[in-house]
Write a protein that binds this ligand. Sequence first.
Ligand code: SF4
Length: 289
Amino acid sequence: MDYEGMIIRPPSEANSILLQITLGCSHNKCTFCGTFRQKRFNIKPDDLIFKDIEYARTHFTRQRRLFLCDGDALVIPQKRLVKILKQIRERLPWVERVGLYANTKSIGLKTDEQLLELRDLGVKIAYMGLESGDDTVLKAIRKGADSQKMITMGQRVRAAGIKLSITVLLGLGGKTRSREHALETGRVLSAIDPEYVGALSLMLVPGSELYDAHEKGEFEVISAEEMLEELGVMISATRLTNGLFHANHASNYLPIRAKMPEDKEKTLELISQALKGNIALKPEHMRAL
Ligand code: SF4
């Protein structure tokens, strides 16, 4: 396969065919993110993409899932994206689910009919970075969208029948906005009501603007206990009708996997026990992005 630079995919796509159709992220401005800093956003040429599909046809005959890398494949103009999806369907007919990253800009570029067309062509799951539902935090991290836009775009994806997996980032409000960050994120998650939520814990990436702000004393990272407390407030404020709330990423201090709404109280009790010191948290040196 033709891979350029570091390939990022959601943990749940670990066993998927990874087909890189774009390079980098079209936004590339979030202050905490260093993932695609060195890559200029570009759409790969069709001949390279189709060559990779042919490679997958002979080498990846068991994988039922395929993930379109890099950061923001949904931003590809509809006609071109449809052409790629049709090729996947024709040449890899065993693939049952195509996944991709989406953001408010790329969702906003599609009409409702176009989202439905993508669903019909196999796009069954989109991964969206909400990070925070707090407008002050969203502005500070330069996410490029406010909470209302996040809600509208998230709801549109769901209305098209595409499953939505949302990532939120504990600690992103620093010390000063920890509570607002947690409460507002719960509010936005409840309004979107996605199938999956993944809570990661902030780790400062050297080279990112947030790292530099921290070095200059302008951003204070909260402690493991404070992150856990924040997670408790967030879960408490989140009402999902039928969703999985995960906080079991390598960056987290306490692995959590809760089916909502039924596991909510049990999960809050687990967090409370950990905060009382009855359950050990993951040591700092074992955390990773
Ligand atoms: S967090 Fe996502 S949207 Fe923001 S710069 Fe990184 S890859 Fe792009």
